[in-house]
Structures are given as C-alpha cells and as structure tokens.
Design a protein around this ligand. Structure first.
Ligand code: PLP
Length: 435
C-alpha cells in the first residue's frame, strides 16, 4: 500500500513519509491508493468481535505492514483504544455512538491516541526532535496534547484562537507543561490553520526544524476514525434495515472515516453531514458550488470552520463528481437557536443530554429519517456536554455535573504564549526554538 497526494496521483509515498509530512509537498492531502473490501465472514461475525479486534482488522488494510509490522500495529490499537464506545438507543430508530469516553472526552482522542503511538514508533532511534504543529478550534488541541504528553523526542505546539474556546477546552492543553506549548493566536481558527499550513510550506523552517502535523489532514489521525463506524454497525441489533450514519462536521475528517468504511464494504445506505451555520459543504451538496468563507463563531465551536480541509479528500473519493457525492451524502445546517431548542427538547422528552455538536447530528438524522422511516439511524456524539459547561447550563437552566476526568484539568494553571495571526511572528518564534 502506498499513499498519493490529492493534487498528484502519480507521486506516491510510504506510510511513514505520509505520516511524518502530514501535508504533501504539493499542498495536497494524502490518500491510501486503494481500499480493500473486507470479507463476507468479517461482516457476518462482526457482532462477536471486540472494538480492538475490529480496529485491527480494518487497520491492517489501511496501514502498510512494510512500515509498521502487524504485531506493532496490533499493540498500538490495543493501547490506544482503552475506553468504551457504546451505542446508546435514544428513541425509536435513533441511536448515538458515544465517542466521548476517552481521556479528553471528545472523539478526537481516537485518532490522536492512535497517531501518537504510530509516530512514536516511526521516530524511535531518531535523534532529531519532531515538532508537531496543531491548530485547534477546541478539542483537537487537547486530544493531541494529551496523546503526546511526555512522548520523548516530540514537542507539540497547539495554536488556538484567543477567546474562542471554552475555559475547559483551554485548560486541557494549556496546563500540561512538559513537551506541550500552547500558542494563543489573536485571530480565529482559520488563522490558526493557515499559520500551520504556511509553516509546512516554508522552506527555511523545514530546513531548520522537523515539522509535522497532527490535524485531521494527517492520515494517522484521519483513518482510525473509520474504525468506530464498523463498531457501530457491529452493535446494531437489526442489521436488515438500511443503516444510516449522521456526523456533525467541521473539518470533515470524522465523516471521511465513515466514507472510508463504506469503501471497505460497510453497508451504509446514506451519510448525513450536519453543520452549524458554517454550511460550506451542505451548500455544496445543494448547488455544486464549494465556496469557502471566513468562519462564524457558534456554540458548536469545534465545527466553526470556513474552509474545511478534508473536503478535498471527499472530492477525491467521489472522483470530483457532485452527482456521485450527492448520491451518498445529504447535508443539513442549524443555527445556534435551533441547537438550543434541540438540546432542550431532547433532554425534556428523552432524558438525553446532547452536546451542541451532537445536537446537530441528532436533528439532521431525525429530519432525514422522515424521508426514510424504515432505516436504522446512528448519529455520533462527538463530545461530552460538560466540555461546554457554560453554554449547556444556560440552555438547560440547571447545573451540569463535571466528570472527574475534566475536573482534574480545571485544577491546573494556564500557561500560554500570545502571538498575532501573522506568519512572520510565528515563524520567528519557531526559529528561535530551533537554536
Ligand atoms: C472536531 C469536532 C467536530 C468536527 O469534526 P471534523 O472531523 O472536523 O468534522 C465535531 N464535534 C466536536 C466536539 C469536535 O471536537
């Protein structure tokens, strides 16, 4: 298995190169050159397999065994996924796959924990320091920082938009110390993402420092996000009904994982992608025009993305064809007020507390199922509601309990370095670090 860039299908690289580089030199994103359809017996026996067993079966086909031996891959999977991912029924034919039981209570723990272990394997015996640059709209920073905390030979720089992440989110990556540095950028998430991308393309920086990315543009974070869709199917009782997946989306790395699962034979009848008012992709699905624009701040802030990076991977999967993509995927978007109402209503009627992101996935699924009532619908809950404590308490008008895992972070002291959103200052900062 080799990996090509979405901008140039001919120049293929090894898994190791794809993971260490993150972004291809031509500014494209890496893709596996093919997807193996898993055997019929795998799908027949899937309900008797554990999550780690399923993940390993899928990983073997996506990650080249010349770069990572199967025994190592198996160990990475077993160590990375040491938490539950339950499928919880909500009402009627709607269930949620709760992806928030990892150490930072967001789905990004899945990809980040896998990637940290794979990178550690690749950098073993290398005497140079690896510098991970990660832009975060809230949850990536904490998942990546915690995944890599204390990993020798790796330093993580988390870039986040000043004042635009919740206090709990911020505490999860600004209080760690050790090999984690938090950079507070005067700008929005798109600025942070742009700074990171520009750094990867900067010749001088790359001569002086080994830079790599841990955003969902990195295959090592993105591909593991396919594992849990197989797991959702495994836990589904009635497999005869059409299986429908709804994913609240921002940078579209999570739904990309779901699309990969279908390429590997998972019987998904329809994908639903749901956004906040940053509805670039739902608009594309509607009219065929992809028009990135500045992101708008919402209460589902981890999805405030105006130029979703994994969209090029989606286009690549569907041969740049709007028609092919819309045959598989439908899109919906919701305003903050709608999100508030969805949370209130679901809490009142079904006694389930959605977080602002999951609420979007739930409502889109509910709306879609009206057109396809015999289907079995699963939406993914991408974060624990307590991560958005202030917003949530205002919505449900009562205090919410903070899980012990989060309380631990809240007790720490914030440490960060403030920078402007201009590339020059960021570059200078990194160069000083390389001396
Ligand atoms: C990152 C994130 C999303 C968006 O996921 P993408 O893969 O970027 O589409 C949704 N919800 C939460 C809570 C997140 O942290």
């Amino acid at each position: 298995m080799k990996y090509y860039s979405t901008n140039n299908k001919s120049a293929k690289v090894s898994l190791k190169d794809a993971v260490l580089k993150g972004l291809a030199p031509d500014n494209g994103l890496y893709m596996p050159e093919n997807f193996t359809v898993l055997s019929e017996s795998f799908y027949k026996n899937i309900s008797s397999m554990s999550f780690a067993e399923i993940a390993y079966t899928v990983a073997k086909e996506l990650f080249n065994s010349e770069d990572v031996e199967l025994a190592v891959l198996k160990q990475i999977v077993e160590e990375a996924f040491n938490f539950d991912i339950p499928l919880v029924p909500i009402h009627d034919n709607i269930s949620t796959l709760e992806l928030f039981h990892g150490p930072t209570l967001a789905f990004k723990d899945v990809g980040a924990r896998f990637m940290a272990r794979l990178l550690k394997h690749f950098t073993k015996g290398n005497d140079k320091q690896f510098n991970i640059l990660v832009a975060t709209s809230g949850d990536t920073g904490s998942a990546v920082a915690n995944g890599f905390l204390g990993v020798e030979g790796v330093h993580v720089y988390v870039l986040y938009p000043k004042g635009l992440v919740s206090e709990i989110q911020e505490k999860q990556f600004t209080t760690l110390g050790q090999n984690i540095t938090a950079l507070e950028i005067a700008g929005n998430f798109d600025d942070c993402q742009r700074l990171v991308k520009q750094a990867f393309l900067d010749k001088e920086l790359n001569e002086r420092l080994v830079l790599t990315s841990a955003n969902s543009i990195n295959l090592a974070r993105c591909l593991p996000q396919s594992f849990y869709y197989f797991w959702a199917y495994a836990q589904t009782v009635d497999k005869e009904r059409p299986f429908v997946i709804s994913v609240p989306s921002g940078n579209f790395g999570n739904i990309f994982g779901a699309l990969v699962a279908k390429r590997m034979g998972l019987p998904v009848a329809k994908f639903i992608t749901a956004t906040n008012v940053n509805d670039i992709v739902p608009k594309y699905l509607e009219n065929g025009k992809f028009e990135p624009r500045n992101s708008v701040a919402t209460i589902a802030n981890a999805m405030d993305v105006g130029n979703p990076s994994n969209f090029v991977r989606m286009l690549d999967l569907y041969n740049q064809s709007h028609e092919q993509m819309t045959a598989d995927i439908v899109g919906y978007s919701y305003t903050d007020n709608q999100i508030r109402e969805i949370i209130q209503e679901t809490y009142r009627k079904h006694n389930y507390l959605l977080d602002p992101h999951g609420a979007i996935g739930y409502e889109a699924l509910k709306t879609y199922l009206k057109t396809n009532p015999t289907a079995n619908g699963v939406f993914v809950e991408t974060a624990h509601p307590a991560k958005f404590k202030d917003v949530m308490e205002e919505i449900i008008e009562s205090p919410i309990e903070i899980p012990a895992k989060l309380q631990k972070f809240m007790a720490g002291k914030k440490q960060s370095i403030e920078l402007s959103n201009e590339f020059g200052g960021f570059k200078e900062f990194l160069l000083r670090k390389s001396l």
